[in-house]
Structure formats: structure tokens, C-alpha cells
Design a protein around this ligand. Structure first.
Ligand SMILES: [Fe+2]
Ligand SMILES: [Fe+2]
Length: 417
């Protein structure tokens, strides 16, 4: 007699989105389980939770809202309650005591099948569960088929491929869109979105008191204050050009606070680093100039409880980094091109940005980021100074991403490449 099926679907659900629910629905439709158990994990075993993640309690609640419309689905707090890395075999061991006569089916995304042998006690899982893996909605997939065959042959694995719709949504992209206030067409259940906004998760709903922020800058010298105001104006203009959904108050707050600790001495910077427990690399220990970005971020968080988006924008405003968020891009560039900066490097980047904007607004920002990081690397190298790895990574990232977009070295780029 065919056994009843118990489905197991684990994840961070940070937040749960429509691809998760579509996958659960397909599982129910094609596999016909008696029950599909959803396990928000406390902490994934192979990677850290992203900055700005929702708490386990919020993720549990969001999962309940997201999967609430699927009759067979039941959200469990089993993994959250254990408060440690969530190894699936422990969950399966627990379920084996509850479901002695049923077949356990482990639902997983496409990529997981290729790293499955890295899972803790994966052979135990294969002996006790059928794997149900989502395809990528692309029909016959030779890479997937080969991996299925390999695992079946090596371990006598029982694997079913679940036909799904093509979809490339990721929770990290959703978090970024939420943080940027870009809620339109976001592939997330309306009830989950409402919960996120009510709870102010992922940087939503937070308001900053710009007067209080400005008041905290009273110690700045007139020159620094002028630069700070200029950076604010430039940040707002860049945001208006490329990210009009972004909260203006957040953009202004990040800009006003970006050089909060810039005028402290090297010794004072080091004291703040030890006060906040900020890890420093060798270059930062030797170069006082880079420290204010880190101490500024921590101080801004202590004084104004800034969200992670603002924290990171301040943290990386001097070095930049690969794959910057919208707010990180804005602040990094505004610091270069604010109108009070008159040195040759800044003037050339400011002019290039205007030229790129006139040519194509959509590509102007990333083209300018490439130019700015490239010119920074070149200028430091010409002066025989060390370049921070984050700046080199940023330059390489925007070199690749501009190339992927089919953007060749533009008119201004010819000066530098
Ligand atoms: Fe700075
Ligand atoms: Fe600055």
C-alpha cells in the first residue's frame, strides 16, 4: 500500500516570497502529501544570516502568513526553538519519531541538489527521505538529470524532480527593494508586506529626525560642514536621478552622518575602534584616513540607531565595495562629486557623471562608479600608496557589470583604460 507523504520544506524565509509559496503549491499539487511541514530555520548551517535580517519570531510569523493559504501546509517552530545551526538531519530524526508509517519528502531548490553531499549526515537523509527538487522551469535539464542519476547510482537516492515555473526571485533582492521603498510589483504576499511594514522590518517605516542629526554635527569645522551639506545635496540629486523611491530622509541622514568622526585624531579613532570592538585590517591600522568610515558608522548607529542600509553606506563611503546597494552607491559617489570639492580627480568624475547622464541615465551611475574606482586605484598607485582591497574589488565588479551590460569604455573612459 502506498504510504502517506509528509513534506519537509526548510529555509530562512527572510522574508518568505511568492516563489516559496509557488514551490509549496506545486509540491502539494504534484506530490499530494498528507501534510507539508514548513521549517523556518534558526540559522542556516552554511552561511551567516544577512545583515538586517528579521528576527526568528518575525520570520516564523511571516511564514505563517505566507503559507497560510495552503491547506496542507503547517509552519513549525521546531528549528527556531532549538536556537542553534539548523541541521536538517536533526529535524528528520525528530519527524521519524512522529511519522513512523509515512514517507518523508524533503523539498529543496535546484542549487541545493548540487551541494547536497556537503549537508551534515546527507547519507542518513538519503536513507530516510525522498528528495523532491525543483527544476528551473526550463524543461529537460541535462545538468540536473546527470546529478539525479549520479546520486541515485552512488547512494541509491530516491529523487523526484518537481516541474516549476521559471522564476529568479531571491530574498536578498526583495530585502533590497523593501529597504529602498520600492514596493511596487514586489513578489511578496500582501499580508506579509503589511506585516513587514507594520513591524518596520528591512529598513521600512523608519523615520529620522533631520534636525537632531544636523544638531549632532555642531562640532564640525565650517569646511567640513560645507562638505557635509554638499554631500547631502549631491546624494539627493543622485537618488532623484536613479532611485526616486528611496526615502529622502534616509538619503539625507546617511549623507549628513557620513563624516561624523572625520575630524577626530588617529588616536581618538583607534580608541573608538577598541570601544566598539571594530576589527581593523593591516592597512586600516596604518592609514588613519580610512578609520572614520568605520567609526562613523558605529557612532551613527549608537547615536541615531541608523538602519543597516545607512550603517553600511557610511561604512563603505571611502573605499566603496563590490556590488553596492543603492544607498551605498549614492553616498560613495556624492562624496566625490559634491560641488565644493575642487580637486582635479573630483572635478573630472563630476563632469563625467553629467556627460554619462546626458548619454543614458540608466547606465550613467554604474559607468561613473567604474570611473571613480578606477581613477582612485590609479591615483593611489601613481603616488605609490596602497589601495584598499574593497576599492579594487569595486573596480573589478563595475568593470565586469558594465561589460555585461554591453557598455564599452565610454568617451571619458578612454582617458583611463
Ligand atoms: Fe569621508
Ligand atoms: Fe566626505
Amino acid at each position: 500500500m502506498k504510504k502517506d507523504i509528509i513534506g519537509i520544506f526548510g529555509g530562512t524565509f527572510n522574508p518568505p516570497h511568492l516563489t516559496h509559496t509557488a514551490l509549496a503549491k506545486e509540491f502539494v499539487k504534484q506530490i499530494k502529501p498528507k501534510k507539508l511541514l514548513i521549517f523556518p530555520c534558526f540559522m542556516p548551517p552554511h552561511k551567516a544570516m544577512a545583515n538586517g535580517s528579521a528576527t526568528p519570531e518575525d520570520r516564523l510569523e511571516m511564514a505563517r502568513l505566507a503559507f497560510g493559504g495552503i491547506e496542507e501546509a503547517e509552519v513549525s517552530d521546531f528549528e527556531l526553538k532549538r536556537e542553534e545551526s539548523s541541521y536538517t538531519y536533526l529535524t528528520v530524526e525528530h519527524l521519524k519519531t512522529l511519522y513512523k508509517d509515512e514517507e518523508l519528502c524533503l523539498l529543496m531548490g535546484y542549487d541545493n541538489l548540487f551541494i547536497f553531499e556537503k549537508w551534515r549526515r546527507f547519507e542518513y537523509l538519503l536513507q530516510n527521505c525522498r528528495l523532491v527538487v525543483a527544476d528551473r522551469g526550463e524543461g529537460n535539464d541535462s545538468k540536473l538529470n546527470a546529478q539525479v542519476e549520479r546520486l541515485e547510482k552512488l547512494y541509491s537516492a530516491k529523487i523526484t524532480v518537481l516541474k516549476t515555473e521559471k522564476n529568479a526571485v531571491s530574498s536578498s533582492k526583495i530585502r533590497e527593494a523593501l529597504e529602498n521603498g520600492n514596493e511596487k510589483d514586489i513578489p511578496i504576499d500582501r499580508k506579509v508586506l503589511e506585516y513587514i511594514k507594520n513591524r518596520g522590518l528591512y529598513g521600512t517605516g523608519k523615520e529620522y529626525d533631520l534636525e537632531a542629526v544636523s544638531a549632532a554635527l555642531s562640532h564640525q569645522s565650517p569646511k567640513r560642514r560645507t562638505h557635509t551639506e554638499g554631500t547631502k545635496e549631491a546624494s539627493l540629486a543622485i537618488a532623484e536621478n536613479h532611485f526616486p523611491h528611496l526615502s529622502k530622509t534616509r538619503v539625507a541622514t546617511a549623507a549628513l552622518l557620513h563624516d561624523l568622526t572625520k575630524e577626530l585624531s588617529f588616536e581618538e579613532q583607534l580608541d573608538l575602534c577598541s570601544h566598539y570592538g571594530i576589527p581593523l585590517d593591516d592597512l586600516e591600522k596604518r592609514t588613519g584616513k580610512l578609520l572614520h568610515a568605520k567609526t562613523g558608522a558605529y557612532r551613527a548607529r549608537e547615536l541615531f540607531d541608523v538602519d543597516d542600509g545607512i550603517f553600511n553606506a557610511i561604512m563603505y563611503h571611502t573605499t566603496g565595495k563590490a556590488d553596492m546597494s543603492p544607498l551605498e552607491k549614492i553616498l560613495f559617489l556624492a562624496d566625490f562629486i559634491e560641488p565644493n570639492r575642487k580637486d582635479e580627480l573630483c572635478v573630472s568624475i563630476r563632469n563625467a557623471y553629467q556627460d554619462f547622464l546626458a548619454e543614458n541615465k540608466d547606465t550613467a551611475l554604474d559607468r561613473t562608479l567604474l570611473l571613480a574606482t578606477e581613477k582612485s586605484v590609479n591615483a593611489l598607485t601613481e603616488e605609490s600608496k596602497e589601495v584598499h582591497p574593497h576599492t579594487i574589488e569595486a573596480r573589478n565588479f563595475y568593470l565586469r557589470s558594465n561589460a555585461d551590460e554591453g557598455i564599452s569604455c565610454g568617451s571619458r573612459r578612454e582617458e583611463t583604460c
